[in-house]
Design a protein around this ligand. Structure first.
Ligand SMILES: Nc1ncnc2c1ncn2[C@@H]1O[C@H](COP(=O)(O)OP(=O)(O)O)[C@@H](O)[C@H]1O
Ligand SMILES: [Mg+2]
Length: 388
């Protein structure tokens, strides 16, 4: 905002940012996505997204199929035109750069390795096109392959490699070009579930070592939670919530976000008392009020939804003593998961609550079984008030 647009701050001394501040800002806003819109005909696949990615960060776009993740990534890669808005990488407007000068590299879902070329030749391909001298090329290819622990497989062809190895070659091929921004579209989707988890950790370690800024797309919330420094939950072409995995999980800002990341129990009700340090909510689902230990802003009577994660809910056989945050019901289902069990409890008012009970906690209460009458309860810090 310039001071002539705002009488309120006219005359206020604004310290001019020193060099360090400018460098800090450049690192904070290494990738800047400003009001980006993408329309295919009349339908908008991306509807005005604003987003900054920090230097060296692994940022994930998370959302269900068709929400516009790949389209956004493809605009960053320069593979899709931008309907409106702009993208800056390290201060440079992408629109001003011809495709071959864009400091971006994309690793595709299918890896897109050339089947007739060796691993080595696949990794060297992009550098050759850039005209990198032979001596340098050899070193860089070797370094990239060693980084992904594929040095031993340099002479193999892609079909002689496992899915995980192919992915590492594709990664080496992207990294060897030393992009400022690496783009990964569903990088694990071609892998079996078993090796996926191990690969997620490996990939994070490699990206950390290289220090490259990375933006990945996934529909798998566990993958985004495991890998990303920060993530954006997307729905229908828009960002619903942005934060660290911890922030988004513990403090969802909407029903959509709460249900999309992890599973949760939602109670609808109305605010009956709102103080700075707590709020009381009346809900038809429970015989007592809901008590949440933080305030919200809004009028009394306002309809809200309270989200309580299953692992925050305790199961007891005896009625809880407190006057808040409990319900009585009957066990209708138990999913044994090994280290914990998911108890489905149908409350007297009809709502089913899911409690995640650890095996340890179960040994302490004489494990309830199907049809048993039980109580569910949780603390005032367990609930999150959602207003949308
Ligand atoms: N080239 C295209 N032409 C027309 N519609 C497209 C094109 N690419 C994507 N879309 C549409 O844009 C929306 C977002 O697609 P996409 O970005 O691929 O979603 P995601 O990667 O989140 O699954 C979808 O409705 C899809 O059908
Ligand atoms: Mg996609």
């Amino acid at each position: 905002m310039s001071s002539d647009q705002s009488g309120a701050i006219a005359g206020t001394a604004v310290p001019s940012p020193g060099l360090n501040a400018a460098a800090g800002d450049a690192a904070e806003n290494f990738v800047q996505i400003v009001d980006i819109v993408k329309k295919f005909g009349e339908t908008a696949a991306v509807k005005g997204v604003n987003l900054s990615v920090k230097k060296g960060e692994l940022f994930a776009l998370l959302g269900s199929s068709g929400c516009g993740k790949s389209t956004l990534l493809r605009m960053l890669a320069g593979l899709e035109s931008i309907t409106s808005g702009k993208i800056l990488i390290d201060g440079e407007d992408l629109a001003q750069l011809p495709p071959y000068r864009r400091p971006v590299n994309m690793m595709f879902q299918s890896y897109a390795l050339f089947p007739h070329m060796t691993v080595e030749a696949n990794v060297a391909f992009g550098l050759k096109q850039e005209g990198v001298p032979k001596s340098e090329l050899k070193d860089r290819v070797q370094t990239a392959l060693d980084l992904v622990q594929m040095g031993r497989f340099a002479k193999r062809k892609p079909h002689q490699l496992s899915g995980g190895q192919q992915q590492r070659v594709a990664l080496a091929r992207s990294l060897v070009k030393r992009p400022k921004l690496l783009l990964l579209d569903e990088p694990m989707s071609a892998l079996d579930k078993q090796i996926r988890q191990r690969t997620q950790i490996e990939l994070v370690n490699i990206l950390d070592k290289v220090g490259v800024t990375c933006m990945m797309v996934t529909h798998d919330q566990e993958e985004a939670m495991t890998m990303a420094d920060r993530l954006a939950v997307m729905s229908e072409g828009e960002i619903v919530q942005l934060g660290t995995p911890h922030e988004v999980y513990e403090y969802p800002n909407s029903r959509f976000s709460a249900e999309f990341i992890g599973s949760t129990n939602l109670f609808d009700g109305n605010v009956v008392e709102d103080e700075p340090d707590h709020v009381f909510i009346e809900t038809p689902d429970l015989p007592v009020r809901l008590y949440v230990s933080h305030g919200i802003t809004g009028p009394l009577g306002m309809p809200v939804t309270i989200s309580v994660r299953p692992e925050r809910i305790a199961l007891t056989r005896k009625p809880p003593e407190g006057a808040y945050n409990w319900g009585k019901g009957v066990v209708t289902n138990i999913a044994y998961m090994g280290g914990y069990s998911l108890y489905h409890v149908k409350l007297d008012a009809g709502k089913t609550v899911i409690a995640n009970v650890t095996s340890l906690a179960l040994t302490e209460i004489d494990p309830p079984t199907w049809g048993d009458e039980v109580y569910v309860r949780w603390s005032a810090s367990a609930g999150v008030v959602l207003t949308s």
